[in-house]
Design a protein around this ligand. Structure first.
Ligand code: SF4
Length: 209
């Protein structure tokens, strides 16, 4: 995409959504990491309903490491795929305790070693918990990036790579949140509302209609 068009899109998103934030509730990096794992194949709203009780019961990586698996599964059951998620959370927190002093590491290489933690979670935690630029490619970011014309790729890692080449680094964190807000409010998966979309004149999908 042309640089001037990218800058205009950024400006329009900024005007529309401002300082958008992560819609998962959390109070520390560990809780954000776990909430993000729970949000896989689930909505943030649903995750936010169960995390207050979850984080009250398990406050630290050590607490999760020592959790009774059945009890943990019960607490996260409504987020779906709860057996696998519980298994990964316990394994992830065991590694945090054994290799990282119980703290969430602040670099991609270490985060990617943790069970159940992929690039999406890594970039979200780096960006929102530590302010380290990362581009979160979730379902909204992938869909919007393809429609707008930032990429033709479907593999999230390749979408992330294409976005990183085009988007100024100081906008990487906020861009992920704008994609979520715009994807929910306007550029829906089934039927995008192009007629009310502020970036429509610059969007590849709209031009090809
Ligand atoms: S013009 Fe349509 S397809 Fe493009 S971003 Fe807006 S809503 Fe989505």
């Amino acid at each position: 995409m042309k640089k001037e068009n990218i800058n205009t899109i950024i400006k329009l998103f900024e005007e529309e959504y401002g300082q958008a934030e992560c819609t998962l509730d959390y109070i520390n990096p560990l809780h954000l990491m776990i909430a993000t794992q729970l949000a896989a194949q689930c909505t943030d709203a649903r995750v936010n309903m169960i995390t207050p009780a979850l984080f009250k019961r398990y406050g630290t990586a050590g607490d999760f490491m020592n959790a009774d698996r059945g009890e943990l599964e019960d607490l996260i059951r409504s987020t779906g795929f709860f057996r696998n998620k519980a298994k990964n959370i316990i394994a992830c927190c065991t590694m945090l305790v054994n290799e990282f002093g119980g703290e969430v590491p602040q670099n991609m290489e270490s985060l990617l070693k943790l069970p159940g933690v992929g690039r999406k979670t890594t970039n979200l935690v780096l960006g929102d918990a530590f302010g380290i630029p990362g581009i979160v490619v979730d379902t909204h970011a992938g869909r919007l990036s393809r429609r707008i014309g930032f990429t033709n790729e479907t593999d999230p890692a390749k979408v992330e790579r294409d976005l990183a080449k085009q988007i100024p680094k100081d906008k990487w964190i906020i861009l992920g949140h704008w994609f979520v807000d715009h994807g929910r409010a306007v550029c829906n998966s089934r039927k995008p509302k192009c007629e009310i979309c502020t970036i429509a004149p610059l969007c590849r999908y709209q031009k090809n209609l």
